[in-house]
Ligand binder design. Structure first.
Ligand code: CTP
Ligand code: MG
Length: 228
């Protein structure tokens, strides 16, 4: 089976609070999403990288993506939610992929994805039927709150993981799961709603999602200290 990446990049970045969507904010001299796409396009595991952009995207065409090579394909079919954007991408590539091909869905807003993250995910899931996702064990003690913000319970954290991306599933299973799911924030939840059990592959916290302004500084630090 082949491996394809779908990169949802049609969000507005409301929590970042900037005018420009966060995927286009400058990070070490290039758009944030350029870092994300460079790692995916550079991976020998991945055959093509489909970027899902908003139909109203005004930024994509202003930048030069030629350094990323031939694997990159922009699709202007973003939806109202992340799940809609991913499903739009899956529908758009239907004629190009086989039903059993692997799809790696990766957030545009995770620019610190490393080659080893992809290697490990692909290697550990190669013989899985369902697929799975990168994740990290929860580090903090977790409290469930009541309506008055008083602690109702301490949730044992030993079996809790934080979901990341890439999330890797077979094309047809993922498409069906997303078509039947409502209100999911990641692909794994759609698979779970279909009664399937995705496998967790341990990554690390450097693969952070840029959500708030501080995250952009953290991402810059991570990339700078990785590239030496
Ligand atoms: N995304 C998308 N289509 C949407 C919403 C989100 O493709 N309708 C993408 C974002 O561009 C991002 C990824 O999904 O790469 C993760 O979503 P998130 O971090 O929530 O980004 P935004 O929705 O843009 O940010 P916010 O929730 O703060 O508005
Ligand atoms: Mg969002």
């Amino acid at each position: 089976a082949h491996h394809f990446a779908i990169v949802p990049a049609a969000g507005s970045g409301s929590r970042m609070g900037t005018e420009r969507p966060k995927q286009y904010l400058p990070l070490l001299g290039r758009p944030l999403i350029h870092h994300t796409l460079a790692v995916l396009c550079g991976s020998p595991h991945i055959d093509k990288v489909f970027v899902v952009l908003s139909i109203d995207d005004r930024e994509w065409s202003r930048h030069d993506w030629s350094a990323l090579g031939e694997k990159l394909v922009p699709l202007f079919c973003g939806g109202a939610t992340r799940a809609d954007s991913v499903l739009g991408g899956l529908r758009a590539i239907g004629a190009e992929v086989a039903q059993s091909d692997w799809i790696l869905v990766h957030d545009a807003a995770r620019p610190c994805l490393a080659a080893w993250h992809i290697d490990k995910l692909v290697r550990e899931l190669a013989h899985e039927k369902v697929g799975g996702l990168l994740a990290v064990p929860v580090a903090d003690t977790l409290k469930r709150a009541d309506d008055y913000h008083r602690v109702a319970a301490t949730v044992p954290r030993d079996s809790l993981w934080q979901a990341q991306t890439p999330q890797m599933f077979r094309y047809i299973m993922l498409r069906r799961a997303l078509e039947n799911a409502s209100q999911v924030t990641d692909e794994a939840s759609a698979m779970e709603a279909a009664g399937l059990s995705p496998r967790l592959v341990q990554g690390d916290t450097t693969n952070l999602k840029v959500t708030y302004p501080l995250d952009l500084h953290l991402a810059e630090w991570i990339l700078q200290n990785r590239e030496g």
